[in-house]
Design a protein around this ligand. Structure first.
Ligand code: C2E
Ligand code: CA
Ligand code: CA
Ligand code: CA
Length: 277
């Protein structure tokens, strides 16, 4: 037992060591990712199941790393948050998402909004509204086609400030989605106090929904409440047709999830969703 304990101790230490090395490597390489155009947006469709219509799209960042291949946000966004580089990355994402949507619409694509995730640091940056305006102005996208996704945890410490910033953004005509809805500490008070116009039901309510009556009751209640508040609802993380049927039964009218599509490269998204032949 002793030996085993010792081994697992070493194993743990080695893991930790590897994790740290990896973190340092990412810290060092991330500035170059921006400078060398290695960041890329992927796009996941948001669909109205009733008729299969594309109603929106979420932009999700990827890092096309020369050695590691395509890296997911969880592999570098936390490091970017820590080092502050998320500011620059976030500004790039905003610009890129807006200019893509403008280009697609100019080419005759559908007039739908593009959703962009904001980070905690971006949300706290006093220049946020300026960055957003610049992103729209530089490409000429109309604000109604931009939607910003925020999470409940970003609001936590300063509701007054959050409300003011979001109010300013809404006044520009930009949409605000409350992402991962239901996972925070006081989801309802955010709904009550913040000028949001869409909420995204977190995947944790969906993953078991075809069997779980409680999840069904919660999702149905969220949909009803949102309707009465004139807030749009979208269910996230729909993977199977059973989940889709159950969520539709709860009268949810828009969904995002692998059932329809994983996030796609721009080329693929254009071919499959924007300009299907
Ligand atoms: P999120 O905003 O909740 O985005 C949805 C995530 O769920 C995406 O992961 C998407 O690929 C995944 N997803 C969608 N449908 C399904 C499904 O049916 N099943 C499962 N299992 N997963 C599904 P992704 O692209 O890895 O992004 C993870 C998180 O990274 C995002 O969560 C968001 O918080 C963050 N993120 C992504 N792009 C950006 C960005 O540009 N800026 C910032 N600040 N954060 C970003
Ligand atoms: Ca999101
Ligand atoms: Ca989410
Ligand atoms: Ca999330």
């Amino acid at each position: 037992a002793k030996k085993k304990g010792r081994n697992s101790y070493f194993f743990y230490n080695e893991e930790l060591h590897r994790w740290l090395l990896n973190k340092i490597r990412i810290e060092n390489e991330l500035p170059g990712a921006l400078a060398n155009d290695q960041l890329e947006l992927f796009y996941q469709p948001q669909i109205r199941p009733e008729d299969g219509l594309l109603v929106g799209v979420e932009a999700l960042v990827r890092w096309r790393h020369p050695k590691n291949g395509l890296m997911l946000p969880k592999q570098f966004i936390p490091v970017a948050e820590e080092t502050g580089l998320i500011g620059e990355i976030g500004t790039w994402v905003l610009k890129e998402a807006c200019s893509r949507m403008e280009a697609w619409q100019s080419a005759g694509g559908p007039k739908i909004p593009i959703s962009v995730n904001l980070s905690f640091r971006q949300f706290r940056d006093s220049r946020l509204v300026t960055f957003i305006k610049n992103a729209l102005d530089s490409c000429g996208l109309s604000p109604q086609y931009l939607n910003l996704e925020i999470t409940e945890s970003m609001m936590a410490d300063d509701m007054e400030h959050s409300r003011n910033v979001l109010g300013e953004i809404r006044n520009l005509g930009i949409g605000i989605s409350l992402d991962d809805f239901g996972t925070g500490y006081s989801s309802l008070s955010y709904l009550r106090n913040l000028p949001i116009n869409r909420l995204k039901i977190d995947r944790s309510f969906i993953s078991d929904i075809e069997k779980n009556k409680r999840d069904q009751a919660i999702v149905a209640a969220i949909v009803t409440m949102a309707e009465n508040l004139w807030i749009e609802v979208i269910a996230e993380g729909i993977e199977t047709k059973e989940q889709l049927a159950t969520v539709e039964n709860c009268r949810c009218r828009a969904i995002q999830g692998y059932y329809y599509s994983r996030p796609l490269s721009e080329a693929e998204f254009k071919r499959k969703y924007l300009f299907p032949s």
